[in-house]
Design a protein around this ligand. Structure first.
Ligand code: SF4
Length: 59
């Protein structure tokens, strides 16, 4: 199963990913951390596509 990875240099802490996929992304100190690779709703496609800095990749 692909795992989302956040590039911390690119993340600006906008919170979009944690709003869309709160079970996968958690915002801490204005950076998004991956806390699980289990996204039941969108496979994190939506979070990846919504990220304004393209900081989310699937690996
Ligand atoms: S959507 Fe992108 S920029 Fe916004 S918090 Fe998530 S990883 Fe960071």
């Amino acid at each position: 199963m692909p795992t989302p990875v956040v590039d911390m240099d690119l993340c600006i802490g906008c919170g979009s990913c944690s709003e869309l996929c709160p079970e996968v992304f958690e915002l801490r100190d204005e950076k998004a951390y991956v806390i699980s690779n289990k996204c039941d709703t969108c496979d994190c496609d939506e979070a990846m596509n919504t990220c304004p800095t393209e900081a989310i990749k699937m690996e």
